[in-house]
Write a protein that binds this ligand. Structure first.
Ligand code: FE2
Ligand code: FE2
Length: 140
């Protein structure tokens, strides 16, 4: 599985588009979700939103460093009228992000982009925390 720098930039741009959409999805979910028992997770969703923006900033800088052009495309955003369904949509996004960043760390290391790999590891750790918050709220 030889990866080229160009392919890695393309994949990082897909990750970036999904960070944008994750931030928007969290902002929207936190705003429309209601119910006293959801108070804590609503606060968490707002924190997640700002962390996804931080991930987007990091990825955009890293793509620029690799001499790529950071995308302005935004990934698909999911929402629902049901709180639990929204939390499931958010968890699905996090599970997907964890899978992608595990691959991305390996690919960055394959290209000896160790600083990038380190940044991706930090993002991966945060996505795992996001997934744990959501699992807890879903009683999983
Ligand atoms: Fe993220
Ligand atoms: Fe996340």
């Amino acid at each position: 599985m030889d990866i080229t720098k160009t392919e890695l930039i393309e994949l990082l741009n897909k990750d970036l588009a999904l960070e944008y959409s994750a931030a928007i999805q969290y902002i929207q979910h936190a705003a429309v979700m209601s119910g006293a028992q959801f108070g804590n997770i609503i606060k968490e969703l707002k924190i997640h939103a700002t962390e996804e923006i931080q991930h987007a900033l990091t990825l955009a800088d890293q793509i620029d460093f690799l001499e790529g052009v950071p995308t302005i495309d935004v990934g698909k955003i999911y929402t629902s009228h049901d709180n639990i369904e929204m939390l499931k949509q958010d968890l699905n996004g996090e599970d997907n992000a964890i899978k992608r960043y595990k691959e991305r760390v390996e690919q960055a290391e394959e290209l000896k982009e160790f600083a990038l790999a380190q940044q991706l590891r930090n993002i991966l750790a945060m996505e795992q925390e996001h997934a744990m918050d959501l699992k807890q709220a879903l009683g999983k």
